[in-house]
Design a protein around this ligand. Sequence first.
Ligand code: NAD
Length: 499
Amino acid sequence: MKEIGHWINGKLVKGTSGRTADVFNPATGEVQARVALASKAELDGAVADAARAQVAWGATNPQKRGRVMMEMVRLINRDMDKLAAALSAEHGKTFPDAKGDVQRGLEVIEYCIGAAQMLKGEFTDSAGPGIDMYSMRQPLGVAAGITPFNFPAMIPLWKMGPALSAGNAFILKPSERDPSVPLMLAELFKEAGLPDGVLQVVNGDKDAVDAILDNETVQAIGFVGSTPIAQYIYSRGCANGKRVQCFGGAKNHMIIMPDADLDQAADALVGAGYGAAGERCMAISVAVPVGEATANELVKRLVPRIEKLKVGPWTAGNDVDYGPVVTAAAKANILRLVESGVAAGAKLVVDGRDFKLQGYEDGFFVGPHLFDHVTADMEIYRKEIFGPVLSVVRSNTYEEALKLAMDHEYGNGTAIFTRDGDTARDFANRVNVGMIGINVPIPVPLAYHTFGGWKKSSFGDLNQHGPDAFRFYTRTKTITSRWPSGIKEGSAFNFKAMD
Ligand code: NAD
């Protein structure tokens, strides 16, 4: 059985805790590897070594650190297919989708090549008589990232790029479900010129996470995952005096106005609802058509599109639309929620419960489901299902549809499909959600903008990537300086204007 360890001080090392977790092939249900689960002692050791390595890295000029990112871009492109194949094999997503996962991470590394621009600070000449004032952004020291299973390349890269290019050492605790790609990325960082110890990848579960939360050297934690764990990490990390940003779950609504191009909306919904088996924090899981006629026409267009979806293993090639979900437990949870929808009276228009794939009977495949007549009190509406299940909630008016999105506890992404600019603008301005698409179903911002939700989809006040990432992974120091020749006065006992 393949053993997956950690990346410590520039080398792959075995775990010493004696604890491991199974890594499955989601397409067959077989255990394909065992990943080491780090103990507190292993995590603390990795942090101590990282803190030593950070001193020289933090003092390296930012343009040189940017060059490591530039080389990393070349290496990721060189190994794109290898990374995507490893990713599909553990996650289950299709090969083109796995490449997209690597690509969207790579774009943040491209952005980080210009880190020097983000770090150069501010300067005021002659802020007072002979006085100059300047602010600089300094690295925090050791920062940590805790990442989910669903984007095992993109989200680690979103964290590693800004943290490292800002001069920090970084501890990554990836998901134990698909740990291979983060280790491959760490090897590439070494090849790109990153000094040993500056990036440590420590595999593990709650024990490793708790060790990060309680380690006094770790200055900041960036988390992405489900909301209950986000809340836990945010509160315990903050209580321990750390800078913490946590991105949580989602329930993304798409409002479909009567004037929308319904074929375009239906195509968009099928891609956004079922792509990656619905295991995306920006997946659309709720469609809100406005008006009965819109709802009827939309459902009429959705059903044949959904029935045509090809579900299969990533090895079956490019015409597979989506693959298995990540674990048997994830599959069981999705099917339990489907049953709860049926029991609550929602109409299961496309029923994927009996889906079986010949030759892959033990794989974690879930057929596509479409619910109509879902109401806001139902569990399938309130909870994040994180599977190939789309719910249609019919609304009578635009205001009613807007209120649904506003009242939901999650606020990651949302979209509106309409031909009316006024309605689109009103929606974008009023809705209390972090990322909005106008005739765009999955509005994931590009690397130089920032990514983050509102409400229970995000805890902390800065977003991921873009300029916010550099604010998060640095702290500001402001210096007021006067050289002796400029000093013309004696002691001052009161605040006064510098004039
Ligand atoms: P998860 O919360 O189960 O795990 C995330 C991380 O937390 C993993 O590294 C895991 O090892 C760790 N963890 C799990 N249980 C823990 C515990 N009890 N104590 C401490 N640490 C623990 O999430 P997941 O299933 O890997 O990922 C799916 C979730 O992530 C979904 O809710 C999805 O919406 C969310 N997500 C959000 C975003 C975003 O940007 N908002 C992006 C991607 C995924």
